[in-house]
Design a protein around this ligand. Structure first.
Ligand SMILES: [Zn+2]
Length: 465
């Protein structure tokens, strides 16, 4: 039986496809077709139905086609405009309290609009098509508008925390306000654009009371969204929970009943094996941010139980975090790092293969966001979110094993073109949507102004002359 001819918008032929489908097919001389926002054909070029027509045909013989990467944790505001400003010899607590918080607090909606655009551009140009934001946005409207100008897919959340650490504060008032903010953000529709939506994301650590955790979980459950929260990058979270609840963080949250497959905990470096077991039992996801762990000295390779989590069946995703933690919003670096760090730390080259690292950055991220039916692989009917990696580059040649080379040779520099929701948002290494040069100039001006307003000192070990 012959298949009926297709009429498609875009047809990419003769391309090497890393499908990430159920059997992980790598398709040589492949073809991918896009109709509207979805993939309407994937297979061998030779198997395209006879008579198929396309508005645009692209010869893909120079490219490797992969699903767009899913960035499981990124601060799209607050840090992109102060990237690299904070010294790299500060630990977690000094980094957050002395530097990050004052820098976040001084930002305006205009700063957040710009930040979000810079973050989105960096992600897209290095192959990420979807992200889960960290829940640290001050102005959701400005941020969503900024993101929409780039055409990226993402889920974002307002800065939500409520614990009154100072006894002079009114706990009930703070909690009521946080819950109202959660409900309000879920109700807003950002410009009818299906790409950006709000989810009940929490700052996390010890900053949310039980009431806020329960409210966020209920909202995620009833709206088909997910929660995320920072947890246990450093021992300080474990110490707080032990002192105040007698339980470790994951034990406490599991008992509260707020863990589940629509929950993603970021960092999760300082865990014990019982917490790993509870993550597996509840289906909660973990987002590992190797760039932050390295720069902040979190101890991910010394004490992190990521290989044990994977063995226990915990879904691990990868994230890039803030631009004063890892400083780069490039997913291909995280893929490279996760494939290497634990091989070295454990003296076991069989830990986290290139294949597993690619799964974390695609299928794993999609699953943690509940979007596994829509994104994460190149399959018929899924959203057309994919990347063309340019193999006419020194780091790509010769090409022998595409999965190995995506992880160990290539990086975001080779990302030539990117489609999100059927739209080619990056073409020939640049955004098709915005004026990149203007964004860079605006970001420089705004970034310098933020630093000035914060009153923080410029720190350089070397003299600036
Ligand atoms: Zn973070």
């Amino acid at each position: 039986m012959t298949s009926p001819a297709l009429q498609v918008d875009t047809l990419i032929k003769n391309v090497l496809i890393v499908s990430m489908d159920e059997t992980r097919r790598i398709i040589t001389d492949g073809a991918v077709a896009v109709t509207s926002d979805r993939i309407s054909f994937v297979g061998k070029s030779a198997d395209l139905p006879k008579g198929t027509t396309a508005k645009q045909v692209i010869d893909g013989r120079r490219f490797v086609l992969t699903p767009g990467f899913v960035n499981g944790h990124i601060h799209v505001t607050g840090e992109p405009l102060t990237r690299g400003y904070i010294p790299d010899d500060t630990g977690f607590e000094e980094n957050v309290w002395r530097w990050l918080i004052p820098l976040y607090q001084t930002q305006t909606p205009e700063d957040e609009y710009l930040s979000a655009r810079l973050a989105a551009l960096e992600m897209l140009r290095s192959g990420a098509t979807c992200f889960l934001e960290a829940g640290t946005i001050l102005d959701m409207q400005a941020t969503a508008e900024g993101l929409n100008t780039l055409g990226i897919r993402g889920r974002i959340g307002a800065w939500i925390e409520d614990r009154a650490f100072d006894p002079a504060e009114d706990q009930k008032k703070k909690t009521d306000l946080a819950i109202r903010k959660l409900q309000d953000e879920m109700a807003v529709n950002y410009g009818n654009d299906p790409l950006i939506r709000a989810w009940p994301l929490l700052v996390g650590h010890s900053t949310a009371t039980d009431e806020v955790w329960l409210a966020a979980k209920a909202l995620a459950d009833s709206n088909g969204g997910a929660i995320s929260a920072h947890m246990s990058p450093a021992q300080v979270d474990v110490d707080w929970f032990m002192e105040n609840t007698g339980k470790r963080p994951i034990e406490y949250l599991a008992e509260l009943g707020v863990l589940g497959n629509n929950v993603s905990l970021t960092h999760a470096v300082h865990l014990d094996m019982n917490e790993v077991k509870l993550l597996a039992e509840t289906g909660a996801n973990i987002c590992h941010c190797p760039l932050s762990a390295l720069k902040g000295g979190y101890g991910a390779t010394a004490v992190g139980l990521f290989p044990e989590m994977a063995e226990a069946g915990v879904n691990i995703t990868l994230g890039t975090d803030g631009n004063n933690n890892g400083n780069a919003s490039e997913m291909m670096r995280t893929i490279y790092l996760v494939a290497g760090l634990f091989k070295d730390a454990r003296g076991r080259p069989d830990v986290f293969s290139a294949y597993q690292a690619l799964e974390m950055a695609t299928l794993g991220g999609a699953r943690a966001m509940g979007l596994q039916q829509e994104i994460g692989s190149i399959e018929l009917g899924k959203k057309a979110d994919f990347v063309l990696h340019d193999t006419d580059r020194p780091e790509w040649r010769p090409l022998h094993n595409v999965a190995n080379q995506l992880v160990w040779s290539a990086d975001g520099r080779g990302v030539h073109s990117v489609w999100v929701n059927g739209v080619r948002v990056i073409d020939n290494y640049h955004s098709t949507m915005i004026d990149e040069e203007k964004l860079y100039a605006d970001a420089q001006v705004a970034g310098e102004a933020i630093v000035k307003r914060s009153g923080l000192p410029a720190v350089s070990a070397w003299p600036i002359v």
